[in-house]
Design a protein around this ligand. Structure first.
Ligand SMILES: [Zn+2]
Length: 471
C-alpha cells in the first residue's frame, strides 16, 4: 500500500486582476510579456497591493473544504533563485513562528466514506513561465521567460499523506475540482489552471516527489508508474532514494530532475511590503451565507428530486459542466432517468474518447432532448443514437443528421432482426407456408412493417425475412 500526499496548485480564475497588481489575470492568446508591470515583473521598489477578492476566494474554498480559517492573512517571502522569479522570492504563505496559512486542518470525504485530510491552504503568486525553445528541458540550450503568468493569484492546497492508491488520488482531485468549479473559484478547463505535485512512497522506501503534473489523468498515470518503479527496486533489494522527479507526459514515465535538490532553506519571513489583513468573523459569515450549492448537497438533491442512484448522481455532479448540462436538458425534456442514462452511458464515452471536458462539448441541451424524443417516437433506435452521438457532441443537430442520412427509415439490422424473430414466433403457420409460397413472404414483411410503425426500410425487411426463412 502506497502513501500519497498531494500539493494542488490552482489558479483563481475568477480574479480579473493579478494577486498584487492591476494587470489582467487572463493572458491566453496574448503576446509573451505583454501583460506585465513593475510589480509582477518584480522590479526593485515596486509595491504590491493584495487583491481582496483573492482572499475572499480563499475563504470560500476553506469553508467548502471544512478548514479552520485563520484570523489574519500573512504574506511571506519564499526565497529561491531561479529565472522564473526575477525578484528572487515568491510571495506566499507559511506555517511557522509568527506566520500562518489562510486556513488549516480541513478534509474531503470520498465516496466510500474515507476522509482525506487537508493540511493547509496557501494564497500565493504564480511565477513566470519558462519556455523551452525545443519544447524539452533536456534538449534546449537556453530558455525564454514569459512573465504574463507571473503574479497570477493561486491557491496551494496540501493534503496529509492519507491517499493510498492512484485511483483514490484521482477521486480526490475530481471532487476537489468539482468543488472549485461549483464555487466558481477556478475554471479548470483553462489550460494550466490546475497543477499537481505528488509525494509518494511505498513500504521500505523513501519519499519521492513528482512535480508539476498538468492533469488529473496525468497524476493517476504518474502514481501508477512511480509505485511500480519503487516496488520493483525494493523487490530487487535496491534502495528507493529520496528525490524529486518530473512526469514526462509523452513517454508516460517519471524522470529524475536534472537539478539536484537539496533540503532547501527558503528563509521565509513576513513580507514587509504587505501588512497582515485581518479576517473578521463577520467577513467569514457573510461569505458563508453566500456560498452556492456544493457537490455533496447537489448529489443528494439529484437523488431526491430526480430519483437517481447515488452512483449516477455522483458521476454527473463530479463534473459541474455535466451536471449543469443535465439540468438544462431536463428543462426541455423531463425524463430524469432516461437523460441520465444517455449522458452517463453513451454521451460521456464520446467526451472521454475525444479527450475533452463535458463543458467543451458543442452539443446543445435541445439536441439530447431531440435524440430521446425521436427514440420515444420510434423514429430511431438506440443503435442509431449511438451512431450519431459523436457528431452531436461535435455540434450537429440530430434531427438534421437523421434526415440527411435517411436514418428515419429504420435500417438498424439488429433491431429489425429482433422484430422479425417476434413475428416468426407469433406466426408459425405463415412462416411454414412462406417457405413454399413467396406471396406469404409479403404478409410477413407487412407484419414487420406494422410493428415498426412503417418506418423500417421495406426492401431491407424483405431481404432479412428471406434470409431468416432460409436460415
Ligand atoms: Zn502587473
Amino acid at each position: 500500500m502506497a502513501k500519497i500526499g498531494l500539493e494542488v496548485h490552482v489558479h483563481i480564475t475568477s480574479l480579473k486582476t493579478k494577486l498584487f497588481c492591476s494587470c489582467p489575470s487572463h493572458y491566453a492568446g496574448k503576446e509573451p510579456n505583454s501583460v506585465v508591470c513593475p510589480v509582477c515583473l518584480g522590479l526593485p521598489g515596486a509595491i504590491p497591493v493584495p487583491n481582496k477578492k483573492a482572499i475572499e476566494e480563499a475563504i470560500k474554498v476553506s469553508l467548502a473544504l471544512n478548514m479552520q480559517i485563520s484570523d489574519k492573512v500573512v504574506f511571506v517571502r519564499k526565497h529561491y533563485f531561479y529565472p522564473d522569479m526575477a525578484k528572487n522570492y515568491q510571495i506566499s504563505q507559511y506555517d511557522g513562528p509568527g506566520t500562518t496559512p489562510v486556513a488549516k486542518n480541513g478534509f474531503i470525504k470520498l465516496r466510500n466514506g474515507k476522509t482525506i485530510r487537508i493540511r493547509r491552504i496557501n494564497i500565493e503568486e504564480d511565477p513566470a513561465k519558462i519556455v523551452y525553445p525545443t519544447g524539452s528541458l533536456l534538449t534546449s540550450k537556453y530558455v525564454w521567460v514569459d512573465y504574463n503568468r507571473s503574479g497570477i493569484g493561486m491557491l496551494e492546497i496540501v493534503t496529509e499523506p492519507d491517499i493510498e492508491d492512484p485511483k483514490e488520488a484521482r477521486e480526490f482531485l475530481e471532487k476537489l475540482r468539482s468543488i472549485l468549479e461549483h464555487l466558481g473559484t477556478c475554471d479548470c478547463t483553462i489550460e494550466g489552471s490546475m497543477r499537481v505535485d505528488v509525494n509518494v512512497s511505498v513500504p521500505g522506501g523513501e519519499r519521492v516527489e513528482v512535480k508539476n503534473i498538468g492533469s488529473i489523468k496525468g497524476v493517476e498515470e504518474a502514481l501508477k508508474y512511480e509505485i511500480a518503479r519503487q516496488e520493483a527496486l525494493i523487490s530487487q533489494g535496491l534502495p528507493v532514494k529520496r528525490e524529486t522527479r518530473h512526469w514526462d507526459d509523452v513517454r508516460k514515465v517519471t524522470l529524475p530532475s536534472r537539478y539536484k535538490e537539496e533540503e532547501t532553506d527558503y528563509r521565509y519571513f513576513p513580507d514587509p511590503d504587505l501588512p497582515p489583513t485581518t479576517i473578521t468573523e463577520n467577513w467569514i459569515k457573510s461569505i458563508a451565507s453566500s456560498l452556492p450549492e456544493l457537490p455533496d448537497a447537489r448529489i443528494r438533491r439529484f437523488m431526491v428530486q430526480y430519483g437517481l442512484s447515488e452512483y449516477d448522481a455522483t458521476v454527473l455532479v463530479m463534473d459541474k459542466g455535466l451536471a449543469d448540462f443535465y439540468e438544462d436538458v431536463l428543462k426541455i425534456y423531463y425524463k430524469p432517468k432516461e437523460v441520465a442514462n444517455l449522458l452517463i452511458n453513451d454521451y460521456l464515452r464520446w467526451i472521454n474518447e475525444m479527450n475533452i471536458r463535458p463543458s467543451e462539448s458543442k452539443a446543445k441541451p435541445e439536441y439530447i432532448a431531440s435524440l430521446l424524443k425521436m427514440m420515444e417516437e420510434g423514429v430511431i433506435t438506440i443503435k442509431i443514437v449511438k451512431e450519431i452521438l459523436s457528431d452531436v457532441v461535435k455540434g450537429s443537430d440530430p434531427r438534421k443528421l437523421v434526415e440527411e442520412r435517411g436514418l428515419t427509415a429504420l435500417r438498424d439490422q439488429e433491431f429489425l432482426m429482433e422484430v422479425i424473430k417476434q413475428v416468426f414466433a407469433q406466426e408459425p403457420d405463415a412462416v411454414e407456408k412462406a417457405r413454399r409460397d413467396p406471396k406469404v413472404v409479403n404478409y410477413l414483411v407487412g407484419q414487420v412493417m406494422r410493428r415498426t410503425g412503417k418506418r423500417a426500410d421495406p426492401y431491407l425487411v424483405n431481404q432479412l425475412v428471406r434470409k431468416m426463412l432460409e436460415g
